[in-house]
Design a protein around this ligand. Structure first.
Ligand code: ADP
Ligand code: MG
Length: 243
């Protein structure tokens, strides 16, 4: 069972609105948080109040996370494309998520075919995609497990990146919903992670698809074209770009 993510058009209306709100919320939020910190320094000595403050700060983090994801989604992020070796990108990300993986008893293995051509990418944005996918993998395995990350060249000459986890898998009905804004099965989820991934991969002239079967784990595959010789900063990976 496989589903190609391509639901991002649905964002245009909802997302623009949400981003507008997110943007407006951010400043007052920062100010509120500052005052809260001040109060905590005065009142937090009392255990009871300190507990309340902890709850409030947790709730703040949650709002910040949602607001942050909205902003990533809706603001057309300025892109600066560069030819980058894929193994380097993956290594950085695995390192970044190491602590989270260890805490969750998850091991991440990477297997990168030697001699792969670089990809023309916006480093930060592509890393954001890898982080979102790996986080989903980690979150799918609350009792631990393995995530295999592999990169190889496909027959067509494109680069294929796969992230395979040993989680519970995704039922067919749910698979069709992936990539829709706000679709989440997690208590603390935003349901925006995959949509962000799709957006970014699309802007890299690539595709992202998810295959999964209940009880068999989930594999996310990203296909990206290899960098062309003219891949330089601030230009699209191929041809021209608009909107
Ligand atoms: P969130 O992680 O905030 O829920 P995402 O867009 O990242 O939002 O993912 C949407 C949903 O897709 C998740 O809630 C989950 O149900 C499903 N999903 C994504 N990745 C996996 C995975 N590796 N294993 C199982 N389910 C997954
Ligand atoms: Mg997610």
């Amino acid at each position: 069972q496989q589903e190609l993510l391509q639901k991002s058009e649905k964002l245009s209306i909802v997302g623009q609105l949400a981003a507008g709100i997110a943007h407006e919320i951010r400043n007052p939020l920062t100010s509120l948080k500052g005052f809260l910190q001040l109060f905590r320094s005065k009142l937090g000595k009392e255990k009871k109040y300190d507990d309340y403050f902890s709850i409030m700060f947790n709730e703040f983090s949650r709002i910040e996370e949602i607001v942050g994801e909205f902003l990533i989604l809706a603001k057309p992020q300025p892109k600066s494309f560069k030819a980058m070796p894929i193994d380097l990108l993956l290594r950085d990300i695995v390192k970044l998520l190491d602590i989270q993986a260890i805490l969750n008893n998850v091991q991440i293995f990477t297997d990168v075919e030697p001699g792969l051509p670089p990809i023309c990418c916006d480093e930060n944005q592509l890393k954001q995609v890898f982080v979102n996918i790996l986080k989903n993998g980690i979150e799918a395995m609350p009792y631990g497990g393995m995530i295999m990350v592999s990169a190889r060249r496909s027959e067509s000459g494109d680069l294929s990146l796969r992230f395979a986890d040993q989680g519970p898998g995704i039922a067919k009905e749910q698979l069709a919903k992936l990539g829709e804004p706000f679709y989440t099965t997690k208590e603390g989820g935003t349901g925006l992670g995959l949509m962000i991934c799709h957006r970014i991969i699309e802007s890299h002239q690539g595709t992202i698809s998810i295959s999964s079967e209940v009880g068999q784990g989930t594999t996310v595959e990203i296909i990206l074209p290899p960098a062309m010789p003219h891949c330089i900063s601030n230009s699209a990976p191929q041809e021209s770009q608009d909107g």
